[in-house]
Design a protein around this ligand. Structure first.
Ligand SMILES: [Zn+2]
Length: 179
C-alpha cells in the first residue's frame, strides 16, 4: 500500500515500536496497517454419492474445476461463508456436516477450510462465477483439471476409504506447482 486510508499521507514499511516485524505505517499519523492471512471457506457438496464441482468462469484458473469456495466476508461465520459461496457459485442449498479440511497456504497468505455438506434438494446450477456445475462420481473426478492444490488434496482425502476426522495440513510452493 502507498497511502494512508485515514489521512492520505504516504505509508512506509518499518517495524513499529514493540513489534518484531515490518508493517505498513503511516508517515504522518503513525497508523499501523496489519496484513494478515485471509480465509477461504467452502464445501464438499454431496448428492447420491457424487460430489458437486464448479468449472470456474473467472481467473485465476478459469476453465478448471473447483469445489465451491471463496473469501469470507466480515461479519459472517466460516459456516455461513461456506454456505453462501456454495449458493453463489453452484446455486445449491446445502446442509453442512463436519469441518473436513483446514489447509494453510503460507506463500499466498491464505487458509482454506472445507466442510462436508449435503445438497438439500439435489438442485444446482451455474452461478455467475461458474461456467458449469456438475456432479462427479469418484472415478469421474477431473483430477488433471482441478483448479487448486487445496481442492485436489481435499478431494483425495475425502475419497480415502476412512476419511474420518479433520484434515489439517499445509501446501508449500513446490506442491502447488505439482498440481
Ligand atoms: Zn495517516
Amino acid at each position: 500500500m502507498k497511502y494512508c486510508s485515514h489521512c492520505a499521507a504516504t505509508v512506509s514499511t518499518r517495524i513499529p515500536q514493540g513489534d518484531n516485524r515490518e508493517r505498513f505505517v503511516c508517515d504522518q499519523c503513525d497508523t499501523i496497517f496489519y496484513h494478515n492471512p485471509r480465509i477461504v471457506a467452502g464445501t464438499i457438496p454431496v448428492w447420491e454419492d457424487k460430489v458437486l464441482l464448479c468449472r470456474r468462469a473467472i481467473e485465476p484458473r478459469r476453465g478448471f474445476w473447483t469445489l465451491p469456495a471463496g473469501f469470507m466476508e466480515n461479519g459472517e461465520s466460516t459456516e455461513q461463508a461456506a454456505q453462501r459461496e456454495t449458493m453463489e457459485e453452484a446455486c445449491a442449498e446445502v446442509k453442512l456436516g463436519q469441518l473436513f479440511s483446514m489447509i494453510t497456504v503460507p506463500h499466498i497468505d491464505q487458509v482454506h477450510i472445507f466442510f462436508t455438506a449435503e445438497l438439500v434438494d439435489g438442485r444446482f446450477a451455474a452461478g455467475a462465477e461458474s461456467l458449469e456445475v456438475a456432479l462427479f462420481a469418484e472415478q469421474d473426478i477431473p483430477w488433471h483439471e482441478l483448479a487448486f492444490p487445496t481442492v485436489k488434496q481435499t478431494l483425495q482425502r475425502f475419497f480415502k476409504p476412512d476419511p474420518a476426522g479433520v484434515h489439517v495440513f499445509d501446501i508449500l510452493p513446490q506442491q502447488a506447482l505439482r498440481l
